[in-house]
Ligand binder design. Structure first.
Ligand code: PLP
Length: 371
């Protein structure tokens, strides 16, 4: 024993190591399968924008040169898209949405600070809080699997430093009404930072589900997180961004890693932003897939919550983990480690294959029902 634990920050000592989800390769090998359909990580199954690929290939020839240290060109382009001035000083670029979540913990959370969010939600929030000695306050989602804004408001104490709202929420796919969220943002005491994670919001086609970017002003400590990983199909490239007022930006930009995004990544995401065709067809494909899967699973007697994302959350009536394990034997990976099943929406062909596998597994009758 080297006693390295004693040298490590207390927040780090107490957190468990991250356990990644199963890969298609490991499931293929385990069950000796030729084909595995992985619909477990909410990746974009429509691929990557061809324009982005072309730009990345071109940029690869200049990989010997450092990229723009502060991503200013991308920040300006994003700022302009969302109606800010052309300084880029309302935009932080990070290594995926996960990067800004970590940065927020590092910059704002100190020993004993409380962070409130609903449960279940995206796992990264809790890690960012605990690594920095903060205390997580979890408020259960409502019976409708919605973020409980009233519950969060009631949980505020004088130690509350930050509130995370995942909208639409991962893993439930549900989204809160935008008027209610707007009212919540303006009601929260001004000394609290409100973070709205909109990683999936572009998939929402319901007019009641709106981005909160319009609520950013000097009067609110509001940060909106977005990512190129989902709609733009660039999860492997690792670029996320967040929007906020200039004061918050000034603090976070100082703490951001210099050269946070590489040359290839920057070229790729900037080209992807201009590929309207890819974006529109992805949104339409997801909308159709969402309808199709919801209908098919409902016919099987599953309860499917209304999703505003590229995945669905559903109660099959079977034991969730056992169902996911059994599906893997037939070459389908979904997420089975929440209360209910979370399934990523794929291309129509994948969706049909997925439904066929689910039907087969249920017919086989090897999955125990819930008590
Ligand atoms: C709600 C939510 N926020 C943020 C992210 C971060 O994604 P990335 O780091 O790939 O941008 C994810 C990824 O699954 C997510 O589900």
């Amino acid at each position: 024993m080297s006693g390295i634990d004693k040298l490590t920050k207390k927040g780090i000592q107490n957190i468990p190591a991250y356990i990644p989800g199963r890969t298609a390769e490991s499931v293929k090998e385990k069950y000796k399968l030729d084909k595995v359909l992985k619909l477990a990580s909410n990746e974009n199954q429509y691929g990557v924008s061809p324009k982005a690929v072309e730009a990345m290939v071109k940029a690869a020839t200049e990989a010997n040169i450092y990229p723009d240290p502060f991503c200013i060109q991308l920040r300006k382009k994003i700022g302009k898209k969302f109606g800010f001035d052309d300084s880029g000083d309302n935009v932080i670029i990070s290594q995926g949405g996960c990067g800004i979540i970590s940065l927020l913990g590092e910059v704002f959370i100190t020993e004993g600070d409380e962070m409130i969010y609903c449960d279940p939600t995206f796992g990264a929030y809790g890690g960012a809080c605990k690594r920095n000695g903060g205390v997580v306050v979890r408020v259960p989602v409502t019976e409708d699997q919605l973020y409980d804004l009233d519950g969060i408001y009631k949980a505020i104490t004088e130690k509350t430093k930050m509130i995370f709202i995942c909208n639409p929420n991962n893993p439930t796919g549900t989204a809160v009404d935008s008027e209610a969220l707007k009212a919540f943002i303006h009601k929260v005491p001004k000394n609290i930072i409100v973070v709205v994670d909109e990683a999936y919001i572009e998939f929402a086609t319901d007019p009641k589900v709106k981005s909160m970017v319009s609520e950013i002003s000097d009067d609110v400590n509001l940060i909106i997180i977005k990512t190129f990983s989902k709609l733009y199909g660039m999860a492997g490239v690792r670029v996320g961004y967040s929007l906020m007022n200039k004061e918050l930006h000034g603090v976070l930009q100082k703490a951001t890693t210099v050269f946070v995004a590489g040359r290839i990544a920057l070229a790729g995401v900037m080209a992807a932003m201009d590929d309207e065709e890819f974006v529109t067809s992805t949104i339409e494909g997801i909308r159709q897939g969402r309808e199709y899967i919801t209908k098919e699973l409902s016919l099987l007697g599953w309860k499917v919550w209304e999703s505003h994302t590229n995945f669905l959350y559903a109660d099959s009536g079977y034991q969730t983990a056992a169902l996911a394990n059994e599906l893997e034997k037939y070459g389908l990976i979904i997420r089975g480690n929440f209360d209910y099943s979370r399934i990523t929406i794929g291309t129509m062909e994948q969706n049909k294959d997925m439904i066929a596998i689910i039907k087969k597994v249920i017919e086989e009758g090897n999955v125990p029902k819930k008590e």
